[in-house]
Design a binder for this molecule. Structure first.
Ligand SMILES: *Cc1c(COP(=O)(O)O)cnc(C)c1O
Length: 372
């Protein structure tokens, strides 16, 4: 199908609506080329980079309003590495994994490591969520705060399971865009290439005293743990503002700028209001549209940061996404394995609510023009 050329006055100022990697604000990139430039290509074992890591840990502590005893730890390999690290060094015997889509499913797979008991996997039908249920013998309860593949968000609420059971939240696409109380979790982990507007490759986690105790106990238990995936190693290195091996300095720098921006503007409350405004505009539009519907049926499950919109058979969503792309509006395709006639749009904090309103006009214009 021929692409539709959009009039300039309805184009967003920035056309990046992807769910990860996602929009990096130009101010961050300018800062990297300016004051950040002297840090690039310098040793991560020297004071300037260690103090950058320290500043990032501080910025995250402020953003997440960490209570005494909680710490920010980090390591290389992104959230995917964290899943394996957790199966080696956080799950003692058995996890309960809530699966609302791809990412929750990947942690469930990692939690199926042969030295653990088979995880208790609770699967939701795509587009909905499922709640945790206390089960004897489960020592980690895990689910995504926001399931990026489907646009389902779930509350962060501590599970009252066995004594010492930990609540472990994948916040990769939620951190910095959805409000919550960190004391409701023991481990709130994420990578910085989504709401936090940086690049990929690192993982971060806010960990409770109980989680640190668990990490230390398993590390001392004699279980085989590869050095790269050792959470004990991450705790020890993070306290010294370093990582086991070389981190991406530019990722740390861009993240630091994003944390400064969110925290100076009012923190998580401000960020959450902004993502709610953007996502609300899309959900309202889809509810009112004769051809579009929010994929997530229950409004309580709808993500404020990843909006999935289904279209009826009169609209070819893949052709719409391709046409938008030819106008510089990129990454509105749905999650590849979901296989739906859908657009998926990130409404992360870096994305201007006005740009989301322009995007809606652009989608309407494209659909009308394709109908001829
Ligand atoms: C993107 C994403 C991941 C994977 O992150 P990587 O840093 O690429 O490993 C994991 N979980 C969720 C919820 C995500 O959105």
């Amino acid at each position: 199908m021929a692409h539709v050329t959009l009039p300039r006055e309805i184009l967003p100022t920035d056309g990046r609506f992807g769910c990860g990697p996602s929009k990096v604000r130009p101010e961050q990139v300018q800062a990297l080329a300016g004051p950040g430039a002297v840090l690039l290509g310098t040793s991560h074992r020297q004071a300037p980079i260690k103090s950058l890591v320290g500043q990032v840990r501080m910025g995250l502590s402020d953003l997440l309003r960490l209570p005494d005893g909680y710490e920010i730890i980090l390591g290389n390999g992104g959230s995917t590495a964290f899943w394996d690290a957790a199966s080696f060094g956080l799950i003692e015997k058995r996890a309960q994994n809530l699966v609302f889509g791809e990412f929750g499913g990947k942690f469930a797979a990692a939690a199926g490591a042969p030295w653990l008991e088979a995880p208790d996997v609770r699967k939701a039908t795509p587009g909905s969520s499922v709640a945790a249920e206390p089960v004897e013998g489960v020592d980690v309860y895990a689910w995504p705060h926001n399931e990026t593949s489907t646009g389902v968000a779930a509350a962060v609420t501590r599970v009252a399971g066995d004594d010492g059971a930990l609540t472990v939240i994948d916040a990769t696409s939620a951190a910095g865009g959805i409000n919550f109380r960190v004391v409701e979790s023991d481990v709130y982990y994420f990578a910085p290439q989504k709401n936090l507007g940086s690049d990929g490759g690192l993982w971060f986690a806010a960990v409770s005293p109980a989680a640190i105790e668990r990490i230390e106990r398993i590390a001392a238990s004699g279980r085989y743990i590869p050095e790269f995936l050792s959470l004990k190693n991450a705790v020890d290195n993070s306290r010294l503002n370093q990582t086991l091996n070389t981190p991406a300095v530019s990722t740390l720098f861009l993240l630091d700028k994003q944390l400064e921006w969110i925290n100076e503007n009012g923190g998580l409350g401000w960020a959450a209001a902004r993502t709610a405004e953007s996502s609300g505009a899309l959900y309202d539009w889809a509810e009112a549209s004769p051809v579009a519907t929010p994929f997530v049926a229950d409004p309580a499950d709808r993500s404020p940061v990843v909006v999935t919109i289904d279209f009826d058979e009169s609209v070819d969503a893949a052709a719409v996404a391709a046409s938008l792309r030819s106008n510089g509006i990129v990454d509105t395709e749905p999650y590849r394995k979901l296989g739906r006639n859908q657009l998926r749009i990130a409404t992360f904090v870096s994305i201007e609510p006005d740009d989301v309103r322009q995007l809606i006009k652009s989608i309407d214009y494209t659909i009308d023009a394709m109908r001829g």
